[in-house]
Design a binder for this molecule. Structure first.
Ligand code: ZN
Ligand code: ZN
Length: 140
């Protein structure tokens, strides 16, 4: 089991099953949400993610297209995304975990929107111009 939480400690959560995916996302939403060039996102097995403390502190931004972005209303830490489908996988921000996620990254997505001020690392990961679900990796 892996646990995690926000910066102020008001919100805590646990993940009871191994993560099923780990990707870096370079989309502009992730850039704005995190203030960084990319977001490290893990995907949970459905039903394995549970908020254990501070449910009342959670706030969400619900864009017209895309998953809800949940964060701590007190300290602003971005914590996870989810759709309204309760059986769907939750996307957890890996920087909020207390320990190693136990999974290696598999891809970089939305690299077409990558920040101009930080080169993509030469880490050998496949690079997808759009999402991993809706595009093919760039062959170089
Ligand atoms: Zn907080
Ligand atoms: Zn993104």
């Amino acid at each position: 089991m892996v646990t995690g939480g926000c910066l102020c400690g008001g919100v805590r959560f646990e993940i009871t099953e191994p993560l099923v995916a780990f990707t870096y996302c370079h989309c502009t939403r992730c850039q704005r949400r995190t203030g960084t060039a990319a977001s490290a996102n893990g995907r949970t097995e459905p039903g394995s993610f549970r908020v254990t403390k501070g449910e009342d502190r959670l706030r969400a931004w619900r864009p017209e297209n895309g998953a809800e972005k949940w964060f701590c209303g007190d300290c602003g830490s971005a914590l996870y995304s989810r759709t309204t489908d309760p059986t769907a996988r939750i996307g957890v921000r890996l920087g909020t975990l207390d320990s190693d996620p136990g999974i290696a990254p598999s891809a970089r997505q939305f690299v077409a929107y990558a920040a101009s001020w930080e080169p993509l690392p030469d880490d050998g990961l496949p690079r997808y111009p759009e999402s991993t679900a809706n595009s093919e990796p760039i062959v170089s």
